[in-house]
Design a protein around this ligand. Structure first.
Ligand code: ADP
Ligand code: ADP
Length: 233
């Protein structure tokens, strides 16, 4: 059974007299442990698909089964629950709380999970160590480099042990050297058994993934295994 099963997913936006079909019909299966790069030109539907995969939005047609549960018809509250349990997000702009330390940023999802303070701090400390930031726990985002901020964001994404990591242009704000470092980190996380879906415009970055899905005009245009995966180490 796939971890993600999308069947004939559509998402349309109605704005006045105009209807935009952001996704026309997307059928896609992703198995546990896959590392997928999602590519395609601007406007092809990548963000819309990521929002649906991440349970931030629901499709206007079709079915989405995540980890055996049909999520396509859930209410916003039910979706929020699934999101907190199943999904770790990494964004281009890091989305860290500017006034909070690395430790507090990483521990935040654990508050929603109802975990007590002491255990939250221990878990966040370990997560920061696992991304190489054991010596930056008390720093705030503006005291960290871009690459370090993205490492904090990755630690936060991992803290709930989610079944999928969704990374939307995670290297989009980083220089080449730092981008490669972050891809090395994602590779390591993948090698620990995590499932990663990555949106990128950059072919070089996509080559780190093991499968490439290309979108165009709300459809999947191409979907193939990456035969020569590029590895950082
Ligand atoms: P990308 O992910 O390719 O960098 P975006 O997803 O931000 O770009 O936007 C892609 C296209 O979708 C743009 O043409 C943008 O104007 C349009 N778009 C994004 N969000 C909205 C919205 N809320 N309402 C209308 N159009 C939108
Ligand atoms: P991508 O991420 O590949 O750039 P998007 O998923 O952002 O593509 O956009 C796909 C299409 O849906 C575009 O035509 C965009 O303008 C439209 N779109 C995206 N979000 C919205 C929205 N909130 N309201 C209206 N149209 C949108």
């Amino acid at each position: 059974q796939p971890l993600i099963q999308l069947t004939d997913i559509g998402r349309k936006y109605v704005i006045g007299a105009e209807t935009i079909h952001a996704l026309k019909s997307v059928t896609l299966q992703i198995y546990k442990g896959e590392f997928v790069a999602l590519m395609g030109p601007s406007g092809s539907g990548k963000s819309t698909l990521m929002n649906i995969l991440g349970c931030l939005d629901t499709p206007t047609r079709g079915e989405y089964i995540l980890n055996g549960i049909s999520v396509s018809d859930m209410t916003d509250d039910e979706l929020a629950d699934v999101r907190n349990k199943e999904i770790g997000f990494v964004f281009q702009t890091f989305n860290l709380l500017p006034r909070s330390t690395s430790l507090d940023n990483v521990a935040l999802p654990l508050i929603y999970a109802g975990i007590g303070r002491k255990q939250r701090e221990e878990m966040a400390q370990k997560a920061l160590e696992s991304v190489g930031l054991g010596n930056r726990v008390d720093h705030k985002p503006n005291e960290l480099s871009g690459g370090q901020r993205q490492r904090v964001a990755v630690a936060r994404a991992l803290i709930n042990n989610p079944s999928i990591i969704l990374a939307d242009e995670p290297t989009g704000n980083l220089d080449t050297k730092t981008s490669i470092e972050i891809m090395g980190l994602l590779e390591e996380i993948h090698s620990r058994g995590n499932t990663i879906i990555l949106v990128t415009h950059e072919e070089d970055i996509a080559q780190h993934a093991h499968r490439i899905v290309r979108m165009r005009d709300g459809l999947i245009e191409d979907d193939y295994p990456n035969k020569d995966v590029k590895s950082v180490s």
